[in-house]
Write a protein that binds this ligand. Structure first.
Ligand SMILES: [Ca+2]
Ligand SMILES: [Ca+2]
Ligand SMILES: [Ca+2]
Length: 221
C-alpha cells in the first residue's frame, strides 16, 4: 500500500525542481528550463546580446550564448535595437567555432533561408521599432541542435547555438510512453555520437550519458 504522505512529498519535490529555471552549465552555455522572453540587443554586427529574467535572476547582455531549451516550454525572442533580423535555423546552417563564438560559414541568403525554420516569417524576429517577435514551443520530437543568426548575409559573427532537449529523457522517443523502445532509440543516438545522447548535458557523449539515461529511464517520467 502506498504511503500518501510520501506521495505528497514526492509531488512537492517535483514542483520545486520544476522551478529551477536558468542554470549555467559551463561557460557560455545556459540551460533555461522554463519558458522565458529573450530580449535581444546587439553589439554592432558582432554579437546578439540576450537579456532575460526568471526565478534564477536577471541575465543581462549575454553575448551569443548557447541556450538549452526544454520541449513543451514557450520561448519568445524579440529584437530591442535597430537592424539585424534574428532568425532560428536547423542544423544544416554551415557553422564553425565554439560556444559563445560561433561564426556562420556562408554568405548565401538562399542557404540561410533554406536552413531557417518554416514558415520563415514565424522564425524571424524583425528589428525594432516593431512588435514582431518569435514565439517557439518546441515539441518533444524537436529535440536536437539549432542555430540562430542574423539574416543579413554579411553578418556572419551574429551567430549562436540552441539545443532542444526532451522534457523527460526516459521517454526518449517523445511518444508519451516509457518503454524499451526508448532505450533502443537512445542507444542508436549514443552509438552515432549524436549530441542528443548527451543526457547529462556536459557537452560530451560518453559512458556517463548511458548511466544517466538508465537512471532517468528507471525513474520514469
Ligand atoms: Ca558573435
Ligand atoms: Ca517513448
Ligand atoms: Ca554527456
Amino acid at each position: 500500500m502506498k504511503n500518501p504522505t510520501l506521495a505528497v512529498f514526492a509531488a512537492a519535490s517535483l514542483t520545486a525542481s520544476a522551478l529551477a529555471d536558468t542554470t549555467l552549465l559551463r561557460p557560455d552555455v545556459y540551460l533555461v528550463d522554463q519558458g522565458v522572453a529573450f530580449a535581444l540587443g546587439n553589439v554592432g554586427a558582432s554579437d546578439y546580446l540576450f537579456n532575460w529574467t526568471d526565478s534564477s535572476g536577471t541575465f543581462a547582455d549575454v553575448a551569443d550564448p548557447t541556450v538549452v531549451l526544454v520541449a513543451g516550454q514557450t520561448y519568445t525572442f524579440m529584437r530591442t535595437t535597430g537592424a539585424h533580423p534574428f532568425v532560428i535555423t536547423d542544423d544544416t546552417l554551415p557553422i564553425s567555432g565554439t560556444d559563445g563564438s560561433y561564426v556562420r560559414e556562408t554568405l548565401d541568403g538562399d542557404t540561410i533561408d533554406n536552413a531557417t525554420l518554416k514558415p520563415i516569417a514565424d522564425f524571424t524576429a524583425d528589428p525594432a521599432p516593431t512588435d514582431d517577435f518569435i514565439s517557439w514551443t518546441p515539441a518533444e520530437t524537436d529535440a536536437g541542435t539549432y542555430y540562430y543568426t542574423c539574416r543579413v548575409t554579411s553578418h556572419t559573427e551574429m551567430t549562436g547555438r540552441l539545443r532542444v532537449i526532451p522534457s523527460c529523457y526516459a521517454d526518449y522517443t517523445g511518444d508519451g510512453d516509457v518503454n524499451t523502445l526508448d532505450v533502443l532509440a537512445f542507444l542508436n543516438d549514443w552509438n552515432a555520437g549524436l549530441l542528443n545522447a548527451d543526457v547529462n548535458l556536459d557537452g560530451d557523449v560518453n559512458t556517463l550519458d548511458v548511466l544517466e539515461f538508465l537512471n532517468q529511464w528507471n525513474a520514469g517520467c
